[in-house]
Design a protein around this ligand. Sequence first.
Ligand code: PLP
Length: 445
Amino acid sequence: MKNSEVTRRRFLAASGAAVLAGGAVAQGAVAKKAGKLALLGGEPVHKGGWLGWPVWDPNDEQSVLDVLRSGVWCRLAGNTVSTFEKKYAELLGVKRCLCTVNGTNALLTALNTLDIGVGDEVITSPYTFIATYNVILDSCALPVFADTDPETFQLDPDTIESRITENTRAILPVHILGLPADMDRINAIAKKHNLVVIEDACQAWLAEWGGKKVGTLGDLGCFSFQNSKHLTCGEGGAVVSNNEKLMDRAYSIHNCGRPHGTLTGETEYPITGTNRRLTEIQAAILLGQMKRLVADTKRRNENARYLTSKLQGIPGIVPHKLYPKVTQAAYHLYPLRYKKEEFNNVPREKFLKALAAEGVPAADGYGPQYRWEGLKSSLASKNFTRAFPAERLKRYWDELNLPKNDQLCQEAVWFGQNMLLGEKSDMDDIANAIVKIHENRDKLG
Ligand SMILES: Cc1ncc(COP(=O)(O)O)c(C=O)c1O
């Protein structure tokens, strides 16, 4: 499987491919531990597929129809987007929320709002969807990668300070896979060095750090509502913050630079902006989807805890850890590390194939994207060679050293969020399929 977000999304779609009628949850029987591998012609451990995604009901259909029939589809003339913004802000316990066309543009709006651009440096996580890199590059700023803590899959705070230069303006932590990053340490480093913090919470709806929702702990937080997401309207995003002035500026930027709240001017366009407005129809979908989010999140956490208890002790399987201060995770994905040494050196790809044959789809996660063509071509572009001294760009590549992330990219295995909405017996199936593969590891050589 190729390492890309497209792949992640395809995986999320595929893991829900055998959709059960009416979106019902699969009732997998607890499998016998041993037996012939399904890859070699045996019976699969898990039969009946997994929950499809997204999920909707006749109420969702009705609210879309209501907006459609009103003829008011743009937020400038309606109140569906603003109603969603108010409710989502309440759910997160934050003063303000602004919807955008997607998570990428939520992040861009955050960078624009904080005036981060040409010649600036932003410290971020290498283990993320490419949009996190792209928005920094689109702003003609340098994405400077700190290393990843392989136990939690999150940005390792120990590796941030050594990356700070006189041009560093921001830290952009990502709550990747829906698991919270260490916001206490990240915020403390930012404060010490006078940096702003933009949280990429695009996979982390309702995840909590010390009882507070992630996305509300830095200066600005960003969410995605893309089709694979727990809260979705196909494409959509949001910026949130307790800082009213910043949010007025964000609103203005997303609405062509028109005045908003405290951001006033003598003319119709006091600042330069763009159009990143969500539609009323999308917001109607979000309002319906939001009704499921709290209960679904609780269920994902319960099943993730149960799955971890089942996986612990299987040789060569290292489940992720949550930081002690995490009070709730979003679990967009459930990650673990696969140590092939304990599996007779069976390569991860083969392990994933064997799992899929047992009826348990899994993905290999992100690759070392910082070494791929996209970043190289950006930094060699006209914009970057004008914005940064040649010596800085050379040093960038000399200093790109991410040993822990490199290793993680080779060992990660992910299960999709939809699988965590199953029954305990489904979690048993996941664990039993892995045990079965381990017991038959010699036959996969
Ligand atoms: C970590 C992360 N950041 C940013 C984004 C961008 O969001 P969108 O796809 O809505 O533009 C995503 C989307 O998957 C993401 O996972």
